[in-house]
Design a protein around this ligand. Structure first.
Ligand code: SF4
Ligand code: SF4
Length: 159
């Protein structure tokens, strides 16, 4: 199975009803720093950012500058994902979010916290995808930023 971003997304779309999550923010506190992406997924994110309009790009860059620190009480503080907009609690790269984000709520080991998804994707299909995905080069967003910076080296639609 090819694991470029488009084929992966197509395969997932055929297995699970991803639209149920569109616009929902109820699990946004699970969007933690350190989320991993494959090279193909990171390149898809870079292309997505490069095609944003000037106003969208401006808003995106403001999101990156937001503090991602979140107190959970009892002195516990977590760092949330750099792509989470703290004003809306929405993902700013939603159409190109990586596999782990797409699986949230749709596999039995990452259940939907509000029980909106009654039927997770078949375990065998999820494991088949993960088995192949696990063989790809993966890094956290923070590591990819060092390897191939998001806002550098990709054509900017504003120019
Ligand atoms: S997994 Fe559940 S809580 Fe998270 S976005 Fe989907 S429906 Fe909302
Ligand atoms: S990429 Fe989007 S969906 Fe994934 S952890 Fe970050 S904000 Fe959440």
């Amino acid at each position: 199975m090819s694991l470029d971003h488009r084929s992966l997304a197509t395969r997932l779309n055929g297995l699970i009803w991803l639209e149920v999550c569109n616009g929902c923010t109820q699990c946004s506190l699970r969007c933690a720093a350190g989320t991993q992406a494959s090279r193909a997924e990171w390149e898809a994110i870079r292309r997505y950012v490069a095609q944003l309009s000037a106003s969208e790009r401006e808003a995106f860059e403001q999101t990156l500058k937001q503090s991602k620190q979140q107190s959970l009480g009892d002195g516990i503080e977590v760092t949330l994902c750099r792509f989470l907009d703290r004003k809306t609690n929405l993902c700013t790269i939603y159409p190109v979010r990586p596999l782990v984000c797409r699986l949230m709520g749709h596999v039995e080991w990452l259940p939907c916290p509000i029980h909106k998804i009654e039927h997770p994707m078949p375990r065998a299909a999820a494991l088949e995808i993960l088995e192949v995905y696990a063989q790809t080069e993966r890094h956290s967003f923070e590591e990819w930023e060092q390897i191939a910076p998001l806002l550098d080296g990709v054509a900017d639609s504003r120019t």
